[in-house]
Structure formats: structure tokens, C-alpha cells
Design a protein around this ligand. Structure first.
Ligand SMILES: [Zn+2]
Length: 402
């Protein structure tokens, strides 16, 4: 039997819960917090006083409510004082953002690069430079409480080792450890799979806000999947659940980078689209946009290619819907444009191949966080420590700076 939690553990848990409400919603009244957390007002007052003293939140009077009586103070995150650095390693870009507590993007930068194999040391050096620039530009009294990285491949989350990043040619790279060492902030750099983080971001702040059962599909050179079921991200035995890009949709189809044939990403991803359109453009957002624009102008080859790719995308989505019974499938990365240009095919495939009982509940949507879903997810990953133990994390960060 577990021992009952100590008063100190209960206080830490309540501080974390309160800060999570404020982080997610931006500004919450003390009265609402009391109601949501099932605590009395004096306990909420004690908790907000502690968080305010640590510089995590501020309290202010709300605007006129028109109601009689003393108004309840509104608790806000101190977004310019407490922030994280989020980084995103995509197949064809590196992106960085400084994101304040509460989720506001305070600063953002991006470097495009041709897709293909990349030396890990070069990528790490570029990311460290981007992160340093963002930290140097922050106000002197502000504090970085975490660094999170979204990576386009299979990541062992506990130590940030990239097990397999086929589209940039990485196998077993100690990415998180090297980033931690080279950034040298006294903070562990957390690394996660980009599609998993995109799923979390869409659930926290995007089109899937608050949903318990959601699948996020991220397209770049490949297709990654993040699957949230019953409110939790599915991890699997090694944390690699969701490699939907290598689900076979066409056994006699195109060869895939993984060595198989007819994988979802080989048929429905940007490589499949470019090949189907008979083009030789280098893969990337620009190539996808060019085909979508050509189809809109009436180019027959581009239209046929989108029609074909929409079919394969529909088969894959129908499989996922039948297996997982999500309430929403979100298309992110280049799959946003591919889906929008082929939605009729995707929907008709789901209508034909999805089981009635599951398809009648599912909504197909594009990411509202746009190209930043994975970056916002990396920020949420970076906020994990401060949202788990706010005061301890802040004290540790201050000690590391000193
Ligand atoms: Zn494959």
C-alpha cells in the first residue's frame, strides 16, 4: 500500500495543477480556480501567493463585471518572465521559438535547408546557435525553464537518443545529451517525436482542443503519426508507437525508404505526390504547393496526381479510423495542403472503407497551428518540469544560472 501523500506533496501537486490551468487558459479568476480544483478560496489564495512570489504568475483586478460584491482577482502567467526554448528538426527546416508561460510565442526563427542526409554535429551546432540567440534576446530578469526539441524520426524519450531518422540519415545519435552539453544551461534538453508533439499541441492549443481521442498526421518527406487515446499519448513498448508512415496501403506500390513497398508515406506523402505528378522537384513544401497550384489552374497531370494521392491518403485514414476510433484526424505539415486539395477522395474512401459505427463520429480537419504544430508541441514538452513542480524547477534553474 502506498503511504498517503505528505502535506508538502499535496501542496506541490496543487501548485502544479493551478499553474497548468493558468498556462492553458491564459487568465483565470481565483473563483474559477477554486471551483475547478475543488479547493476553498483561502487555499487558492495561499497557492497563488506562492506562485506570484516565485515570479510565475501575477494577479490583477478583472475588468468591470457589473456584478455586485468584491470581484475575484484574475491570475495570469508571467509570460515575459518565464519562458522555454522550443526547437524543431524537420526534414527540410530547422525552427526555433521562445515561448512564454501561457503559450505565447515571443520570438521565432527558421532556417530552410534542402532535405537529405545531414551531419548531426552540424544540425546540433545550428540549433545551439539559434537557441542562444533567443536566450540572449530575452529580458535580463527573465528565466528559461526548459528546452524541448521536436525531431522527425524515432526518439527514445527518456534520454533523447534518436534511434532512427531515415529522412535525415541518423541512426542512434545521442542527440538530447549532446544538445544538453553544448547548450550548457544546467537544463536537460528534452527530445520528442515531432508527430507525437504535434498531436499534443493540437489537443492543447489547436483544432483538437480538449479532445480525448485524436490522431495527428504530420507530413514532411515522410508521414508521422501521434495518437492520443483516452486522453493519453500512445507510447507502446519503446515509445515508438505511431509510425503510421510505414503502414502498407498498396502492396504493389512504390518502394519506400524503409526497404518496404507501398507504405502510406511512399504513396500519400510528398514523395508519392511528386512522383505521381511526373515531376522531379526536390521534396518539400514548395514542391507540394507547386502541384496544388498547377491543379487549381487545371493542369491535368497535377489533378490526376492529387486524385491518386487522395485515394491512398483515404485508405490510410480509413485504416486508422477503423483501428483507433478517434473523434478527429488532424492533417499537419504538407499533409494540410495535400488533404485540402484531395479532400473529396479522402472522404469518399473513408465513407466506403471506414466502418459505419466509427466513421460517423470522426471529423477530418487541418491543423490550425499551421506549420508550427510540432514547434508548439516542443514548447509544451519543455514546460513539463515547471508544470510538474513549479517552485523546485524555478529554484533549480536559478541555481544553475548562478
Ligand atoms: Zn516504409
Amino acid at each position: 500500500m502506498r503511504a498517503a501523500p505528505s502535506p508538502e506533496e499535496i501542496r506541490t501537486r496543487n501548485l502544479a495543477t493551478l499553474l497548468r490551468h493558468v498556462h492553458r487558459d491564459g487568465a483565470v479568476s481565483r473563483a474559477t480556480l477554486a471551483e475547478r480544483m475543488g479547493l476553498n478560496r483561502s487555499t487558492i489564495l495561499a497557492l497563488t501567493t506562492d506562485l506570484a512570489a516565485a515570479g510565475l504568475v501575477s494577479e490583477e483586478l478583472p475588468g468591470q463585471t457589473g456584478r455586485a460584491g468584491r470581484p475575484s482577482l484574475v491570475v495570469r502567467p508571467r509570460e515575459r518572465r518565464v519562458y522555454v526554448v522550443a526547437l524543431d528538426v524537420g526534414a527540410d527546416r530547422l525552427a526555433a521559438a521562445r515561448v512564454g508561460l501561457g503559450g505565447t510565442v515571443l520570438d521565432r526563427g527558421e532556417t530552410a535547408r534542402p532535405s537529405g542526409a545531414f551531419d548531426p554535429e552540424d544540425v546540433i551546432a545550428a540549433l545551439v546557435e539559434m537557441a542562444r540567440a533567443m536566450i540572449d534576446a530575452a529580458a535580463a530578469d527573465s528565466v528559461c525553464v526548459g528546452v524541448g526539441v521536436a525531431f522527425c524520426g524515432m526518439v527514445r524519450e527518456e534520454d533523447g537518443v534518436v534511434r532512427y531518422g531515415p529522412n535525415i540519415g541518423w541512426v542512434d545519435v545521442a542527440f538530447g545529451a549532446k544538445m544538453t552539453e553544448q547548450l550548457d544551461l544546467g537544463l536537460r534538453v528534452a527530445v520528442g517525436n515531432n508527430a507525437n508533439l504535434g498531436a499534443l499541441a493540437e489537443r492543447e492549443r489547436g483544432v483538437g482542443e480538449g479532445l480525448a481521442n485524436l490522431i495527428y498526421l504530420h507530413g514532411d518527406v515522410g508521414i508521422g503519426g501521434g495518437i492520443i487515446m483516452n486522453g493519453e499519448l500512445l507510447g507502446g513498448e519503446g515509445g515508438y508507437c505511431g509510425e503510421v508512415g510505414h503502414m502498407i496501403v498498396n502492396p504493389r506500390g512504390r518502394p519506400c525508404a524503409c526497404g518496404s513497398r507501398g507504405c502510406f508515406e511512399a504513396e500519400a506523402g510528398e514523395l508519392g505526390l511528386i512522383a505521381a505528378a511526373g515531376r522531379t522537384d526536390p521534396p518539400g513544401q514548395a514542391a507540394v504547393d507547386a502541384i496544388v497550384e498547377a491543379a487549381a489552374r487545371g493542369d491535368a497531370a497535377a489533378r490526376d496526381a492529387l486524385h491518386q494521392v487522395g485515394e491512398w491518403l483515404g485508405y490510410g485514414v480509413a485504416n486508422l479510423v477503423n483501428i483507433f476510433n478517434p473523434s478527429m484526424v488532424v492533417f499537419g505539415g504538407v499533409l494540410r495542403e495535400i488533404y485540402l486539395a484531395s479532400a473529396a477522395q479522402v472522404r469518399s474512401r473513408v465513407a466506403v472503407n471506414g466502418l459505419q459505427a466509427v466513421r460517423e463520429r470522426v471529423r477530418l480537419r487541418t491543423s490550425t497551428l499551421g506549420g508550427d504544430a510540432t514547434l508548439i508541441g516542443a514548447a509544451e514538452l519543455a514546460f513539463t518540469d515547471v508544470l510538474t513542480d513549479p517552485l523546485q524547477t524555478l529554484a533549480r534553474t536559478a541555481a544553475a544560472r548562478a
